[in-house]
Design a protein. Sequence first.
Length: 84
Amino acid sequence: MTPPEQHQVALELERLRGEVVAGFAALGGRLDTALQRTSQTEADIDKLEQRIELLERARWPLPSVAALVAVVGLGLSLYQLAAR
């Protein structure tokens, strides 16, 4: 290679190096954004899980109340039947 060709190759390599550095910087920014969104999504999921657990704990008396009402209804029916 002649010196001008070497100079051109060096310039081209330097230009490619700059593009690679800029590309990695852009990729790093995108990864930071994705990591932030992932963290926010995990926090939202944790909040939803807590709400679901709270709803499940608040729901447990409903079947018990329904069974109690059924037993009372059966008792009243038997009382009315016996009273006749």
